[in-house]
Design a protein around this ligand. Structure first.
Ligand code: SD4
Length: 337
Protein backbone atom coordinates (compact mmCIF):
# COMPACT_ATOMS: atom_id res chain seq x y z
CA UNK A 1 0.00 0.00 0.00
CA UNK A 2 1.29 3.46 -0.83
CA UNK A 3 1.88 5.35 2.40
CA UNK A 4 1.24 9.06 2.93
CA UNK A 5 4.90 9.99 2.64
CA UNK A 6 5.31 8.05 -0.63
CA UNK A 7 2.15 9.64 -1.99
CA UNK A 8 3.36 13.13 -1.13
CA UNK A 9 6.77 12.38 -2.63
CA UNK A 10 5.34 11.19 -5.92
CA UNK A 11 2.83 14.04 -6.02
CA UNK A 12 5.68 16.48 -5.47
CA UNK A 13 7.71 14.81 -8.20
CA UNK A 14 4.80 15.24 -10.58
CA UNK A 15 4.54 18.87 -9.60
CA UNK A 16 1.03 18.36 -8.19
CA UNK A 17 2.21 19.75 -4.88
CA UNK A 18 5.55 21.05 -3.82
CA UNK A 19 5.96 20.02 -0.19
CA UNK A 20 6.40 17.05 2.09
CA UNK A 21 5.88 17.70 5.82
CA UNK A 22 2.22 18.21 6.66
CA UNK A 23 2.84 21.08 9.06
CA UNK A 24 4.77 22.95 6.37
CA UNK A 25 2.01 22.34 3.85
CA UNK A 26 -0.45 23.97 6.23
CA UNK A 27 1.77 26.95 6.92
CA UNK A 28 2.53 27.53 3.25
CA UNK A 29 -0.99 26.89 2.01
CA UNK A 30 -2.60 29.46 4.26
CA UNK A 31 -0.82 32.20 2.33
CA UNK A 32 -0.66 30.88 -1.21
CA UNK A 33 -3.23 33.40 -2.49
CA UNK A 34 -0.53 36.07 -2.28
CA UNK A 35 1.67 34.37 -4.83
CA UNK A 36 1.81 31.66 -7.40
CA UNK A 37 3.02 28.20 -6.43
CA UNK A 38 5.34 27.15 -9.24
CA UNK A 39 5.88 23.58 -10.27
CA UNK A 40 9.20 22.14 -9.12
CA UNK A 41 12.08 22.51 -9.82
CA UNK A 42 12.65 26.24 -9.28
CA UNK A 43 15.87 28.25 -9.33
CA UNK A 44 15.91 31.81 -8.04
CA UNK A 45 18.92 34.12 -8.00
CA UNK A 46 20.08 37.71 -7.70
CA UNK A 47 20.68 40.20 -10.52
CA UNK A 48 21.03 39.58 -14.26
CA UNK A 49 24.06 37.33 -13.87
CA UNK A 50 21.50 35.01 -12.27
CA UNK A 51 20.22 34.09 -15.73
CA UNK A 52 23.44 32.25 -16.69
CA UNK A 53 23.74 30.79 -13.21
CA UNK A 54 20.13 29.54 -13.30
CA UNK A 55 20.68 27.94 -16.70
CA UNK A 56 23.65 25.99 -15.41
CA UNK A 57 21.82 25.00 -12.22
CA UNK A 58 18.84 23.74 -14.16
CA UNK A 59 21.11 21.70 -16.44
CA UNK A 60 22.51 19.94 -13.38
CA UNK A 61 19.03 19.16 -12.05
CA UNK A 62 17.79 18.00 -15.44
CA UNK A 63 20.69 15.63 -15.80
CA UNK A 64 19.83 14.06 -12.45
CA UNK A 65 22.32 15.99 -10.30
CA UNK A 66 21.64 16.84 -6.66
CA UNK A 67 20.31 20.20 -5.56
CA UNK A 68 23.62 20.96 -3.82
CA UNK A 69 25.52 20.26 -7.08
CA UNK A 70 23.03 22.48 -8.87
CA UNK A 71 23.55 25.53 -6.64
CA UNK A 72 27.34 25.12 -6.63
CA UNK A 73 27.65 24.71 -10.40
CA UNK A 74 25.20 27.55 -11.00
CA UNK A 75 27.11 30.22 -9.10
CA UNK A 76 30.40 29.04 -10.62
CA UNK A 77 29.29 30.72 -13.87
CA UNK A 78 29.47 34.33 -12.59
CA UNK A 79 32.46 33.39 -10.41
CA UNK A 80 34.43 32.39 -13.51
CA UNK A 81 33.33 35.35 -15.65
CA UNK A 82 36.13 37.97 -15.84
CA UNK A 83 33.62 40.59 -17.00
CA UNK A 84 31.67 40.30 -13.79
CA UNK A 85 33.35 42.69 -11.34
CA UNK A 86 31.54 41.61 -8.22
CA UNK A 87 32.16 37.88 -8.03
CA UNK A 88 35.31 35.73 -8.27
CA UNK A 89 37.64 36.27 -11.24
CA UNK A 90 37.74 39.93 -12.29
CA UNK A 91 36.20 41.12 -9.01
CA UNK A 92 37.05 44.63 -7.86
CA UNK A 93 39.79 44.66 -5.21
CA UNK A 94 39.81 46.05 -1.68
CA UNK A 95 41.40 49.39 -0.82
CA UNK A 96 44.90 47.86 -0.95
CA UNK A 97 44.38 46.34 -4.41
CA UNK A 98 43.75 42.73 -3.36
CA UNK A 99 40.70 40.75 -4.47
CA UNK A 100 39.20 38.99 -1.43
CA UNK A 101 36.27 36.64 -1.71
CA UNK A 102 33.40 35.51 0.51
CA UNK A 103 31.12 32.52 -0.16
CA UNK A 104 28.74 30.13 1.53
CA UNK A 105 26.69 27.07 0.68
CA UNK A 106 23.93 25.23 2.55
CA UNK A 107 22.16 22.00 1.73
CA UNK A 108 18.93 20.16 2.47
CA UNK A 109 20.55 18.21 5.30
CA UNK A 110 21.15 21.46 7.20
CA UNK A 111 24.88 21.22 6.64
CA UNK A 112 26.64 24.45 5.71
CA UNK A 113 30.08 25.76 4.81
CA UNK A 114 31.74 29.03 4.02
CA UNK A 115 34.95 30.86 3.27
CA UNK A 116 35.77 34.50 3.78
CA UNK A 117 38.65 36.87 3.08
CA UNK A 118 39.95 34.27 0.63
CA UNK A 119 42.42 35.27 -2.10
CA UNK A 120 43.52 33.78 -5.45
CA UNK A 121 40.80 31.17 -5.88
CA UNK A 122 38.40 31.51 -8.82
CA UNK A 123 35.67 29.37 -7.27
CA UNK A 124 35.36 30.10 -3.55
CA UNK A 125 32.00 28.30 -3.57
CA UNK A 126 33.79 24.99 -4.19
CA UNK A 127 36.07 25.65 -1.21
CA UNK A 128 32.98 26.48 0.88
CA UNK A 129 31.48 23.14 -0.17
CA UNK A 130 34.63 21.31 0.87
CA UNK A 131 34.57 23.09 4.24
CA UNK A 132 30.99 21.85 4.60
CA UNK A 133 31.66 18.28 3.54
CA UNK A 134 35.22 17.56 4.65
CA UNK A 135 35.58 19.42 7.96
CA UNK A 136 33.65 19.74 11.22
CA UNK A 137 33.69 23.53 10.72
CA UNK A 138 31.41 26.05 9.02
CA UNK A 139 33.71 28.95 8.14
CA UNK A 140 37.39 29.21 7.20
CA UNK A 141 39.04 32.56 6.58
CA UNK A 142 42.01 34.17 4.86
CA UNK A 143 45.30 32.30 4.69
CA UNK A 144 43.79 29.28 6.48
CA UNK A 145 41.04 29.02 3.86
CA UNK A 146 43.62 29.34 1.07
CA UNK A 147 45.85 26.66 2.60
CA UNK A 148 42.83 24.37 2.91
CA UNK A 149 41.86 25.00 -0.74
CA UNK A 150 45.39 24.21 -1.94
CA UNK A 151 45.46 21.03 0.14
CA UNK A 152 42.24 20.01 -1.58
CA UNK A 153 43.97 20.36 -4.94
CA UNK A 154 42.32 23.63 -5.94
CA UNK A 155 44.68 25.81 -7.98
CA UNK A 156 45.80 29.30 -7.04
CA UNK A 157 45.21 31.97 -9.69
CA UNK A 158 45.57 35.73 -9.94
CA UNK A 159 42.04 37.15 -9.97
CA UNK A 160 42.88 40.77 -10.66
CA UNK A 161 42.16 41.77 -14.27
CA UNK A 162 43.22 44.95 -16.13
CA UNK A 163 39.62 46.04 -16.36
CA UNK A 164 39.04 45.55 -12.62
CA UNK A 165 42.14 47.64 -11.84
CA UNK A 166 40.77 50.41 -14.08
CA UNK A 167 37.38 50.41 -12.34
CA UNK A 168 39.02 50.28 -8.91
CA UNK A 169 41.20 53.32 -9.73
CA UNK A 170 38.04 55.26 -10.58
CA UNK A 171 36.62 54.38 -7.16
CA UNK A 172 39.83 55.50 -5.46
CA UNK A 173 39.67 58.88 -7.20
CA UNK A 174 36.36 59.63 -5.51
CA UNK A 175 36.55 61.84 -2.48
CA UNK A 176 34.25 59.60 -0.51
CA UNK A 177 35.67 56.12 -0.92
CA UNK A 178 32.91 54.37 0.99
CA UNK A 179 31.31 52.05 -1.52
CA UNK A 180 28.23 53.38 -3.20
CA UNK A 181 25.20 51.16 -3.05
CA UNK A 182 24.34 49.24 -6.14
CA UNK A 183 20.73 50.29 -5.99
CA UNK A 184 20.09 49.72 -9.66
CA UNK A 185 21.27 46.93 -11.92
CA UNK A 186 24.30 48.28 -13.83
CA UNK A 187 24.18 51.49 -11.78
CA UNK A 188 27.80 51.20 -10.79
CA UNK A 189 28.60 47.48 -10.83
CA UNK A 190 30.61 47.89 -7.66
CA UNK A 191 28.95 45.01 -5.92
CA UNK A 192 26.48 42.47 -7.20
CA UNK A 193 26.72 39.25 -5.23
CA UNK A 194 25.20 36.12 -6.73
CA UNK A 195 22.86 34.47 -4.25
CA UNK A 196 21.09 31.44 -5.71
CA UNK A 197 18.47 29.27 -4.03
CA UNK A 198 16.90 26.17 -5.55
CA UNK A 199 14.35 23.45 -4.97
CA UNK A 200 14.37 20.19 -6.90
CA UNK A 201 11.54 17.82 -7.83
CA UNK A 202 11.99 15.93 -4.56
CA UNK A 203 11.31 19.23 -2.72
CA UNK A 204 14.90 19.40 -1.50
CA UNK A 205 16.26 22.91 -1.02
CA UNK A 206 19.79 24.31 -1.19
CA UNK A 207 21.52 27.66 -1.65
CA UNK A 208 24.83 29.25 -2.56
CA UNK A 209 26.07 32.80 -2.20
CA UNK A 210 29.38 34.18 -3.50
CA UNK A 211 30.95 37.61 -3.93
CA UNK A 212 34.09 39.71 -4.07
CA UNK A 213 32.24 42.07 -1.72
CA UNK A 214 32.30 45.82 -1.92
CA UNK A 215 34.78 47.51 -4.24
CA UNK A 216 37.55 49.29 -2.33
CA UNK A 217 36.39 47.88 1.01
CA UNK A 218 38.80 48.09 3.94
CA UNK A 219 41.44 45.35 4.05
CA UNK A 220 40.02 42.47 6.08
CA UNK A 221 36.38 43.43 5.65
CA UNK A 222 34.01 40.45 5.46
CA UNK A 223 30.39 40.89 4.39
CA UNK A 224 27.16 38.99 4.85
CA UNK A 225 27.61 36.48 2.02
CA UNK A 226 29.73 33.87 3.87
CA UNK A 227 27.76 34.19 7.11
CA UNK A 228 25.12 31.48 7.44
CA UNK A 229 21.87 33.20 8.40
CA UNK A 230 22.96 36.57 6.98
CA UNK A 231 23.67 36.17 3.24
CA UNK A 232 22.14 32.70 2.98
CA UNK A 233 19.92 30.34 4.91
CA UNK A 234 18.20 27.07 4.09
CA UNK A 235 15.79 25.02 6.17
CA UNK A 236 14.63 22.01 4.21
CA UNK A 237 11.27 21.90 6.03
CA UNK A 238 10.46 25.54 5.38
CA UNK A 239 12.38 27.28 2.59
CA UNK A 240 15.50 29.20 1.65
CA UNK A 241 16.56 32.84 1.50
CA UNK A 242 19.49 34.86 0.22
CA UNK A 243 20.56 38.50 0.29
CA UNK A 244 22.47 41.02 -1.77
CA UNK A 245 23.43 44.64 -1.19
CA UNK A 246 25.24 46.39 1.64
CA UNK A 247 26.19 43.37 3.73
CA UNK A 248 26.51 45.27 6.99
CA UNK A 249 22.74 45.89 7.07
CA UNK A 250 22.01 42.23 6.44
CA UNK A 251 24.45 41.17 9.17
CA UNK A 252 22.86 43.52 11.70
CA UNK A 253 19.48 41.87 11.14
CA UNK A 254 20.55 38.33 10.16
CA UNK A 255 18.39 38.86 7.05
CA UNK A 256 18.20 35.41 5.47
CA UNK A 257 17.56 33.62 8.76
CA UNK A 258 14.92 36.20 9.58
CA UNK A 259 13.12 35.56 6.27
CA UNK A 260 13.09 31.78 6.80
CA UNK A 261 11.90 32.15 10.41
CA UNK A 262 9.06 34.39 9.29
CA UNK A 263 8.09 31.75 6.74
CA UNK A 264 8.17 29.16 9.54
CA UNK A 265 5.68 31.34 11.39
CA UNK A 266 3.27 31.34 8.45
CA UNK A 267 4.38 34.25 6.25
CA UNK A 268 4.52 33.67 2.51
CA UNK A 269 7.97 34.20 0.97
CA UNK A 270 6.85 37.60 -0.33
CA UNK A 271 5.49 38.68 3.06
CA UNK A 272 8.65 37.41 4.75
CA UNK A 273 10.92 39.44 2.43
CA UNK A 274 8.79 42.55 2.94
CA UNK A 275 8.78 42.15 6.73
CA UNK A 276 12.54 41.58 6.83
CA UNK A 277 13.22 44.69 4.71
CA UNK A 278 10.88 46.63 7.01
CA UNK A 279 12.94 45.36 9.97
CA UNK A 280 16.09 46.76 8.36
CA UNK A 281 14.32 50.06 7.64
CA UNK A 282 13.14 50.26 11.27
CA UNK A 283 16.36 49.17 12.94
CA UNK A 284 19.22 50.48 10.79
CA UNK A 285 19.45 54.25 11.02
CA UNK A 286 21.45 54.92 7.86
CA UNK A 287 19.56 52.44 5.66
CA UNK A 288 18.43 55.17 3.24
CA UNK A 289 21.93 55.33 1.78
CA UNK A 290 21.92 51.67 0.87
CA UNK A 291 20.30 48.90 -1.09
CA UNK A 292 19.39 45.44 0.15
CA UNK A 293 17.63 42.85 -1.98
CA UNK A 294 16.16 39.71 -0.45
CA UNK A 295 14.97 36.55 -2.21
CA UNK A 296 12.98 33.69 -0.71
CA UNK A 297 11.74 30.33 -1.90
CA UNK A 298 9.30 28.16 0.03
CA UNK A 299 8.99 24.42 0.27
CA UNK A 300 5.65 24.82 -1.53
CA UNK A 301 7.19 26.47 -4.58
CA UNK A 302 6.30 30.10 -3.90
CA UNK A 303 8.85 32.84 -4.28
CA UNK A 304 9.43 36.23 -2.69
CA UNK A 305 11.59 39.22 -3.68
CA UNK A 306 11.82 42.67 -2.13
CA UNK A 307 14.35 45.46 -1.73
CA UNK A 308 14.87 48.74 0.10
CA UNK A 309 15.37 50.80 -3.05
CA UNK A 310 13.83 50.33 -6.49
CA UNK A 311 16.11 48.64 -9.00
CA UNK A 312 16.76 45.19 -7.57
CA UNK A 313 16.45 42.51 -10.25
CA UNK A 314 16.23 38.76 -9.82
CA UNK A 315 16.32 35.80 -12.18
CA UNK A 316 13.66 33.12 -11.86
CA UNK A 317 13.83 29.80 -13.68
CA UNK A 318 10.49 28.06 -13.25
CA UNK A 319 8.17 26.04 -15.44
CA UNK A 320 10.57 26.05 -18.37
CA UNK A 321 11.28 29.79 -18.43
CA UNK A 322 14.34 31.63 -17.16
CA UNK A 323 13.48 35.32 -16.84
CA UNK A 324 14.64 38.52 -15.18
CA UNK A 325 12.16 40.42 -12.97
CA UNK A 326 12.29 43.72 -11.12
CA UNK A 327 11.48 43.30 -7.43
CA UNK A 328 9.03 45.52 -5.57
CA UNK A 329 10.70 47.87 -3.12
CA UNK A 330 10.03 49.64 0.18
CA UNK A 331 10.87 53.08 -1.22
CA UNK A 332 9.46 53.93 -4.62
CA UNK A 333 12.18 56.46 -5.43
CA UNK A 334 15.84 56.25 -4.46
CA UNK A 335 16.67 57.71 -1.07
CA UNK A 336 20.45 57.61 -1.30
CA UNK A 337 21.02 61.33 -1.93
C1 SD4 B 1 28.71 42.30 0.60
N1 SD4 B 1 26.46 41.62 0.14
O1 SD4 B 1 29.87 41.92 0.57
C2 SD4 B 1 27.75 41.76 -0.44
C3 SD4 B 1 27.81 42.66 -1.61
C4 SD4 B 1 26.60 42.63 -2.49
O2 SD4 B 1 25.32 43.68 -4.11
O3 SD4 B 1 25.74 41.82 -2.42
N2 SD4 B 1 26.40 43.59 -3.33
O4 SD4 B 1 28.28 43.12 1.40
Amino acid sequence: MINRRKFLESAAALGIIGALPTKVLKAGNSKTSLGKSYKLPIILSTWSHGIGANDESMKVLESGGSVIDAVEKGVMIPEGDPNNHSVGLGGYPDITGKVTLDASIMGPDGNAGGVCYLENIVHPISVARKVMEDTPHVLLSGSGALKFALEKGIKEEDLLTEEAIKGWKEVLKKENKTPEINWEEKHNELHDTIGLIAIDTKSDLAGACTTSGLAAKLRGRVGDSPIIGAGLYVDNEIGAATATGMGELVMKTLGSFLVVEMMRNGASPQEACEKAIKRIVDKVLNHKKYQIGLLALSKTGEIGAYSIQPGFYYALFAEGENKLFKAKSYYKIHTNQ
